[in-house]
Write a protein that binds this ligand. Structure first.
Ligand code: HEC
Ligand code: HEC
Length: 336
């Protein structure tokens, strides 16, 4: 069953591609006047009076002078003609016109299946199925697909939502010899969730950071550790950039609680930790100059917020600050 499905799928992908390409070409030409291809214009067309010597050898190619009313050659789309106009409701009954799904955190594919029944007394042939996005793919048997009177069928539709967020609508147009039907798929992609990680993923992430302390800002890690900080300032920035580790319920035990530090803090202290992080630990360096995601203005807004929100412990000693890794950009000015 699975093998047959995969085979049918492979055949279909190429079939749908051809059909869609042909349909697109037709649609494109339908908007303008149908072309007829004539490379060399007649003298009267270029506004010259006959007789004229033959044009000099390398002439610019004149593409498709418009000929209103000329017929455009038909593409051999499918052996079965698609009827124009919508499919009347008494021919095929659909379980729903709109199907919805919500992806679980970390999921990128949604599968939605439309069920239909041919309630008419004759065969209906599905000629081709189009979608409004390359990210949305119907899984179909080979086209044309004849559905006998009284028979049931399904059209599974896969949406690939990698890199998308929010709520996304796409359409699926089912073309038949009795007319076309538009179906809609809707998928909601939840924002990255703090509970999305397994213990194994966290261990792997921690090891990655120990090998490269800025790894947390790269590749897929950026989805949760960089993207949410873009454009934020102050408290919101703290929540997105720092809270993800420091306020997390399931955080690793080496991630300290910044609200319960047992030493004194200062603007200088916050700025130093944010800018440089700590080599050999899981605390990354956030400054642009260190390859981090934060601008100086963002760091300043964080420092201002932290000085007020997390007051220094009265009377406690100042901690020593972690060593600074010199960078090309920061070395001459001491890193700030
Ligand atoms: C889906 C969002 C998400 C992605 C993607 C992600 N992280 Fe995290 N990261 C978190 C959250 C949330 C925490 C807080 C701990 C927790 O809740 O598991 C965290 C915590 C951490 C910590 C602190 C140690 C700990 O486990 O508490 C490190 C280090 C880390 N991530 C590194 C990485 C690296 C490296 C990558 C990429 C390989 C990465 N993260 C990808 C969400 C993410
Ligand atoms: C990837 C997880 C992660 C993120 C994101 C993160 N930290 Fe840290 N942070 C740590 C870890 C782990 C330590 C402990 C370092 C060590 O071993 O001393 C730490 C230590 C610190 C310390 C030192 C605390 C002390 O003991 O004096 C400060 C201050 C700090 N972080 C502030 C921040 C701020 C502000 C942000 C946001 C800009 C931030 N951190 C983002 C993981 C993180």
């Amino acid at each position: 069953m699975k093998k047959r499905f995969v085979l049918a799928w492979t055949v279909l992908v190429s079939a749908v591609w051809q059909v869609e390409t042909a349909a697109l070409a037709q649609a494109t030409f339908a908007g303008s006047n149908p072309p007829s291809i004539r490379l060399i214009p007649t003298p009267s067309e270029v506004g010259l009076s006959a007789p004229q010597p033959p044009p000099p050898a390398p002439r610019p190619i004149q593409v498709r002078p418009l000929q209103p009313g000329a017929a455009f050659p038909n593409f051999p789309v499918t052996p079965v003609a698609t009827a124009p106009g919508p499919l009347p409701p008494d021919i095929i009954v659909w379980d729903e016109d709109l199907k919805e799904s919500t992806l679980a955190p970390g999921e990128v594919h949604s599968l939605l299946t439309f069920n239909f029944t041919n309630v008419s007394s004759s065969d209906v042939t599905i000629t081709h199925v189009q979608t409004s996005c390359g990210c949305t793919t119907p899984r179909l048997p080979q086209m044309p697909w004849k559905v006998a009177a009284g028979r049931h069928g399904e059209i599974p539709v896969v949406m690939n939502m990698a890199g998308r967020s929010g709520t996304i609508f796409k359409t699926v147009t089912v073309n038949t010899d009795k007319g076309w039907k538009m179906l809609t798929v809707k998928t909601t992609i939840p924002p990255a969730s703090p509970t999305a990680m397994t213990a194994n993923e966290r261990l792997r992430n921690q090891q990655l950071v120990l090998a490269d302390r800025q790894a947390v800002f790269k590749g897929d890690c950026a989805r949760c550790h960089v993207e949410p900080v873009i454009g934020k300032m102050g408290k919101d920035l703290y929540t997105a950039a720092c809270g993800i580790c420091h306020e997390a319920e399931h955080r690793a035990e080496m991630v300290p609680d910044l609200t319960a530090l047992n030493h004194a803090t200062s603007a200088e202290y916050w700025r130093h930790w944010i800018t440089h992080g700590k080599v050999g630990s899981l605390m990354p360096a956030f400054a642009h100059a260190q390859g981090g995601p934060l601008s100086e203005a963002q760091i300043t807004s964080l420092v201002d917020y932290l000085v007020k929100a997390m007051p220094s412990k009265p009377g406690a000693a100042s901690p020593s600050l972690p060593a600074v890794v010199p960078t090309k950009a920061s070395a001459p000015s001491g890193g700030r």
